[in-house]
Ligand binder design. Structure first.
Ligand SMILES: [Zn+2]
Length: 363
């Protein structure tokens, strides 16, 4: 399984200036080469190398291997679209291979080629990155993202063989809370909701203004919101997968295709649910589960919110309000999302061939 590790670099202001100049020069050379290759009808790495390698070095001052990597970058861009000559932004990512970038000081720093020669920069790696980096394959990309420097490294992480799950953790996504599981744990959306509504009101204000500056702010805000969502989904999926891994269970989710249709929330809640990216959350759960070998099963979501997880009775009136489940037949009462998560678990048990009596499940 291919995953990308992002390793943060900590350049001094002077070093950052030099990195920026290096990136700009490489991209200037790439843009020039793309135009020249396009004009000469040469788009393959081999042809462009023969045509322009010497000039890439003398005209732009690139080191031998830097010229080679830049030619490869342009050839890759032509593979995607050969009808136009690509123009590279001055801060577009630049590939480095082991001849122009090496990890030194036991992985605590990198030594890389710049316009001013070799430069040694400290790196920051968390436990997650360290684990991934053990499986690093080939090149890394030097990237500048919102003023911060990173190396993006593709890592080919071996997949763990999927284990046999005897039981499942049912997870219900986003009715009242962000998620609830069949153990009764609730993954509160309280701080998510706080951030979301704060961003929403700022957005509304900017939309009313409608000026050019306001539009720029809106774009920035959209980026902020999507990064926040992504971060939250990462944390949430991590906790879910760790819980199942620890207890040797699989993960049961609802078939997402139906989730919007199923939820008949009030208008205020509708905006909240639909602005959350459950597809992303589910994708994160799936790949994190794959990494630890936990099976994931997807179940039919019909009536999971109206059915009683104790006696199985289905009735719309079992939901006196959004947050509560209260069974008219047996009196079982609990948080609506938890009840739904328990139903999801039971369905997973049925799908995988194990049927348990409802009263066993309730215990
Ligand atoms: Zn009941």
């Amino acid at each position: 399984m291919k995953l990308v590790a992002a390793v943060k670099l900590l350049p001094t202001p002077d070093q950052a200036r030099c990195l920026r100049a290096t990136l700009a020069r490489c991209n200037e050379a790439a843009t020039w080469l793309a135009a020249a290759g396009h004009a000469a009808d040469m788009r393959r790495q081999f042809d462009m190398h023969k045509m322009a390698y010497a000039e890439m070095r003398t005209r732009f001052g690139l080191a031998a291997q830097m010229a080679v990597r830049t030619i490869a970058k342009v050839a890759d861009a032509f593979k995607v679209n050969r009808t136009v000559a690509p123009v590279f932004r001055p801060d577009a990512a630049q590939p480095y291979d082991e001849r122009i970038l090496r990890f030194v000081q036991d992985g605590a720093a990198v030594s890389l080629w710049t316009l001013e020669g070799r430069m040694v920069l400290p790196v920051v790696m968390g436990e997650h990155q360290k684990r991934l980096m053990a499986f690093r394959k080939g090149e890394v990309d030097l990237c500048l993202v919102r003023g911060k420097w990173f190396l993006a490294a593709t890592c080919d992480v071996p997949e763990t063989e999927e284990f046999q799950a005897e039981d499942w953790l049912g997870v219900d996504l986003g009715i009242v809370t962000l998620a609830a599981d069949s153990d009764g744990r609730v993954y509160s959306g309280a701080d998510v909701e706080r951030v979301r509504s704060r961003l929403a009101s700022r957005k509304a204000g900017l939309q009313r203004r409608g000026t050019k500056g306001a539009k720029r702010c809106l774009r920035k805000l959209a980026g902020k919101e999507s990064r926040f969502r992504k971060h939250t989904n990462h944390c949430l999926s991590k906790v879910i997968v760790q819980t199942t891994e620890r207890t040797g269970r699989g993960i049961a989710l609802e078939d997402l295709k139906h989730i919007r249709g199923r939820v008949t929330a009030r208008r205020s809640q509708r905006s909240r649910l639909h602005s959350w990216s459950f597809a992303q959350l589910r994708a994160f759960v799936a790949y994190k589960a794959k990494r630890v070998g936990a099976p994931v099963v997807v179940v039919d979501p019909r009536y999971t919110s109206q059915a009683c997880s104790c006696c199985g009775a289905i009735d719309k009136r079992n939901r006196p309000d959004q947050a509560t489940f209260s069974c008219l037949s047996c009196g079982h009462t609990e948080a609506a999302d938890t009840n739904a998560a328990r139903n999801i678990r039971q369905r997973a048990l049925r799908v995988r061939g194990t049927v348990m009596a409802p009263d066993v499940l309730a215990a």
